[in-house]
Design a protein around this ligand. Structure first.
Ligand code: MN
Length: 235
């Protein structure tokens, strides 16, 4: 049942039970008294962190540490893992209790991103902890995509960080984020988040709270930058 996935990964598992564990949600594991993906996810998170930083450092040796850190903040995020995971169609394999499945949780962004992390840990363990092999498989699948995203400037900036730097400098204050509404079924939610600082207010929308916050922060950066430049010219 995992054949198609193995083909995409370019890796054949010796022990399918570890692969199965990578797809086993705690709700399913509890009902049957078997292992779930959480520990694999923990390990996989570190593996992905390492593989992405290694890729960035070797492909972009001229970039400074601060720039790399900004790129990393985006590339090692739930939203980006979710994007990569979509290419492997991971939701097809997730094992969950019936209740969770009916709630549409197999399409949940956080869960798919967790499973993506667990999957890489499963490959690592199954291969006898062959770091180089895991890196090679990961780069074959996603290396080119990541490198060209960085080259073309498609890696989104972390607008929350940028905004906070602006407001701290200007007023010694941090912006405040507030979830205004969550709409739609659980597998297709839309979050609306308000960002406020001083008399300024913006609203962002997105498929996750994080995405909506980023959008609100981006609009706030725009709003503040234009208001600063107009007040600076009148000063
Ligand atoms: Mn995770």
């Amino acid at each position: 049942m995992y054949q198609e996935l193995e083909e995409k990964l370019g890796y054949k598992f010796k022990d399918l039970s570890i692969l199965r564990q990578a797809f086993t949600h705690i709700s399913y594991a509890r009902e049957r008294g078997i292992g779930h993906y959480e520990n694999l996810e923990f390990l996989g998170d570190s593996l992905l962190n390492f593989m992405i930083v290694d890729l960035l450092v070797s492909e972009f040796p001229q970039k400074r540490e601060g720039t790399l850190a900004t790129l990393k903040a985006y590339l090692i995020s739930e939203d980006f893992f979710y994007e990569l995971a979509q290419e492997l169609e991971l939701s097809r394999y997730i094992l969950m209790s019936r209740g969770e499945t009916e709630r549409g949780q197999v399409h949940n962004i956080s869960i798919i991103s967790d499973v993506f992390e667990a999957l890489w840990a499963a490959v690592y363990l199954d291969s006898g902890k062959d770091c180089n092999l895991v890196k090679e498989l990961f780069n074959n699948l996603f290396g080119e995509k990541i490198v060209s995203m960085v080259r073309e400037g498609k890696v989104r900036k972390d607008f929350k960080t940028e905004l906070q730097e602006i407001t701290q400098k200007r007023w010694k204050e941090r912006p405040v984020y507030r979830v205004m509404s969550v709409e739609g079924p659980s597998h297709d939610r839309t979050f609306s988040v308000e960002c406020s600082v001083k008399e300024f207010r913006t609203v962002g929308r997105g498929k996750s709270k994080k995405q909506a916050e980023q959008e609100a922060a981006r609009k706030m950066v725009d709003a503040l930058t234009s208001s600063f430049s107009s007040s600076e010219t009148s000063e």
